[in-house]
Design a protein around this ligand. Structure first.
Ligand code: PEP
Ligand code: MG
Length: 750
């Protein structure tokens, strides 16, 4: 790039700034901008197309095309050369526009006389805003320098669009971040909430995209990058002495940060942007925008992660440049809905119950954030694409966790409909609260014990609010999953002790560590297995590496401190595994006694029945165990050979399939023969119709999410189990595949 092109570019930006500083309506400014660009670039035509909605571009200002076509000419995304630029976010530069792929002739603009076409995307941080075009009568391809210059101008236009510089009466241009937007994501945690956006990482606002003094801007950028390098080196030094897979990953990210922070290419591009007249902040953002656009196009997971790292690093740099630091001074609203790209479990726990809802751009159902959101019973929508780009702090937002839908800045109709939904949910909650202290007793006098599933301290307040009969499943692995390193015995003992105390004498069934398959501890070496769900998991890990299991058993005994204790081993597939685990427990008990620790006054030891094989174990097994809990999530996946994590096959087999219900019935019969207490603690126990059928199959204890206790109890209290059983038997006799239609029909007909 020559000095003369640099200075030409700077002059252009300088003129743009003056035009933007002048009083005037948005439309006047846009018109003036196109005029300045056309003149400076010595082109007959300059036009700005902006998005009207997600799919439509509108000609919003032009110099050189028919002025009548402004706000009249529209094209769909991908249509014509302009639509192509918008769709692909790639520059189109041609000396022969009419013969170019996708060219669309628009007679109203009179553009057929301009063979040269250069279109660049107007985008900000990966958000497409429009297209900036110059055209000329002389048939020529634009030079790289000219392309670059136009990209820099497009960046300024993007920033100004963002700042609302083009909003105005006659212009009919909508301001950014003022329109309602609907996001369709995935369900992370059910429930509905409305409130105001609180961005986990506030966006940095660049108020002046054009440099007054390029030398000063260069110095600012270099200083900021130096500060950034030092902070990355510090982070690396601090993180340097950890261990485990999580640590390795963290180091990898930091190394990537360091690589980018020292990258000559990155630095050079930003310096060039400044030389052309951008401010340091705008230069950083321009590079960040390019990375974000690439992020949307790259499918390789590793590369995407690295682009994310670059994005994070750019944010850090912007914070240094703007002096905003991490604390942007934004106060958390009274009814905060947290909006983030992603969030770690510890950070989420820190916000705690004050959040009304959570919306994440990434995340997955099994992610740690989702586990915590569930424990806190906060509605969570995951995979809400681009939400962090669209949402501003303080925006009104509604989260429908049942459908995975988010309404940002909703219009009045949506607000009304949503309020109705929230009111209806509140009414239901009132109804459930009114039966909270009452038993789940059916019309024919059978009492079902409804316990709750838990795993974090954050779950325990629900014990009281839901009216649960104790904790039927405490998933101890969640504590392990949300940490960066293996918890110590004393820490675990303190935590379990708090759990026992919070349960106020109610039974808590502690399930020993259930890891493997989808639950991978970040600090343990992951196993490469062809079929992890059928692999080295749960009790199999515990028996092969008994150190952790024994440490956990010790922690549980110490936490009980003489009080009753209930322990359950997960994923027992054969009798012998239960015996082996039990003998570890016996040895730990002996050792604890020898060390003078109090032994639980009552110790119950159970097994989870999660594989069909255990249903057919010898009678002796049923005699030996103190209780059995059916882990329906796993049992169902193995019974039907349908992966519980795979949406495609998961829904294919109904829990109320007669074969599965008959298996449950058989398990209950076998337990009854030996007087072994049996419960069901998979997710299906929390679905009212399923719970009703399980009760009809003879189950008398169900354990579920706290929020399900009300709805399940409500239905059980209105049903006669003998009648339900009769409906199921008839369906089976008829050869129905699932008893669901029959049960639904019966419920409706009552
Ligand atoms: C189950 O498999 O049903 C169960 C309760 O265990 P998890 O969902 O934790 O595997
Ligand atoms: Mg399981």
């Amino acid at each position: 790039m020559t000095d003369s092109t640099k200075s030409k570019s700077r002059t252009l930006l300088g003129r743009l700034r003056e035009a933007l500083a002048e009083e005037g309506e948005g439309q006047e400014r846009l018109d003036r901008i196109t005029q300045i660009i056309a003149e400076s670039m010595e082109c007959e035509v300059c036009s700005i197309y902006l998005f009207r909605d997600d799919e439509t571009l509108e000609l919003c200002a032009t110099q050189g095309l028919n002025p009548e076509s402004v706000h009249q000419t529209r094209m769909r995304l991908g249509e014509g050369l302009v639509g192509r630029v918008a769709k692909t976010s790639h520059v189109v530069n041609t000396a022969d526009a009419p013969s170019s792929r996708g060219f669309r002739f628009m007679p109203e603009t009179g553009e057929e006389v301009f063979p040269s076409f250069l279109g660049v995307p107007i985008q900000r941080l990966g958000e497409r805003l429009g297209v900036l075009v110059v055209q000329s009568r002389e048939a020529r391809k634009f030079t790289d320098d000219e392309v670059y210059a136009l990209e820099v101008v497009a960046m300024v236009v993007a920033e100004m669009t963002e700042l609302g510089a083009f909003v105005g009466e006659g212009a009919a241009l909508s301001a950014r971040h003022q329109q309602p937007v609907l996001f369709r994501g995935g369900v992370g945690q059910e429930g509905a909430a409305q409130g105001h956006v609180y961005l986990h990482e506030a966006r940095v606002v660049v108020t002046n995209p054009i440099a007054d003094d390029p030398q000063a801007e260069l110095a600012r950028l270099r200083n900021a990058v130096d500060t950034l390098r030092v902070s990355v080196d510090d982070m690396l030094a601090t993180a340097g002495n950890g261990a485990g897979a999580e640590h390795k990953e963290q180091m990898q990210v930091l190394e990537t940060y360091r690589m980018f922070a020292n990258s000559k290419g990155w630095m050079r591009r930003m310096e060039e942007d400044i030389a052309r007249g951008l401010s340091a902040e705008a230069a950083v953002e321009k590079e960040q925008s390019t990375a974000r656009t690439r992020m949307g196009q790259v499918t390789d997971a590793y590369l995407r992660e690295r682009l994310h790292d670059l994005d994070d690093l750019s944010n850090r740099l912007l914070r240094i440049l703007t002096g905003q630091g991490n604390n942007t001074g934004v106060e958390i609203p009274d009814d905060p809905i947290l909006v983030a790209r992603n969030i770690g479990p510890a950070e989420l726990l820190e916000y705690g119950r004050k959040l009304r809802g959570i919306v994440l751009e990434e995340g997955s159902v099994g992610s740690h954030a989702a586990i915590v959101a569930r424990a806190l019973a906060i509605p969570l929508v995951i995979n809400a694409n681009n939400v962090t780009t669209e949402a501003l702090n303080g925006d009104h937002i509604m989260v429908d966790g049942d459908q995975g839908i988010v309404h940002l800045r909703p219009d009045d109709n949506v607000v009304e409909a949503f309020k109705d939904k929230i009111a209806m949910l509140a009414k239901e909650q009132e109804r459930y609260a009114s039966i909270r202290g009452k038993p789940a007793e059916t019309l024919d006098g059978k009492v079902i014990t409804l316990a709750m599933n838990a795993g974090l301290m954050a779950d325990l307040p629900s014990l009281e609010s839901s009216g649960a009969d104790g904790v039927g499943l405490f998933r101890t692995e969640l504590q392990f999953l949300i940490r960066n390193k293996m918890p110590k015995r004393a820490e675990l003992a303190a935590l379990y002790s708090r759990v026992i105390k919070a349960a106020k004498g109610q039974r808590v069934v502690f399930r020993t560590l259930d890891i493997g398959s989808d639950k991978v501890l970040p600090y343990m070496k992951a196993q490469e297995e062809p079929n992890p769900a059928l692999g080295w998991r749960a009790i199999r890990v515990g028996l092969d590496k008994p150190g952790v299991m024994r440490m956990q058993l010790q922690a549980l005994i110490r936490a009980a401190n003489g009080r009753p204790l209930t322990v359950m081993f997960p994923f027992v597939a054969q009798f012998e595994e239960y015996c082996a685990a039990h003998s570890h427990l016996d040895r730990v008990l002996e050792r604890e006694a020898a060390l003078g620790h109090p032994i639980p006054e009552k110790l119950e030891v159970g097994a989870m029945l999660e594989t069909p094989s255990l249903a057919f174990a010898p009678r002796k097994f049923f005699e030996e165990v103190d209780f059995i809990s059916i882990g329906g999530n796993d049992l169902k996946q193995f019974f039907f050979a349908a992966d519980r994590e795979n949406e495609r096959v998961r829904q294919r087999y109904d829990t109320l399939n007669v074969s599965f219900l008959s298996l449950i019935e058989r398990i209950v019969e076998r337990c009854n023969e030996t007087g072994t207490p049996v419960s069901f603690c998979g997710e299906d126990a929390g679905r009212p119709i399923e719970a009703l059928c399980f009760a009809a199959m003879g189950l008398r204890t169900l354990s579920m999410r706290p929020a399900s206790i009300g709805p399940v109890k409500s239905l059980l209290r209105r049903a006669n189990l003998d009648q339900v059983k009769a409906v199921i038997d008839e369906a089976r006799a008829r050869g129905d595949q699932s008893v669901r239609p029959a049960i639904m029909g019966w419920l409706r007909g009552r």
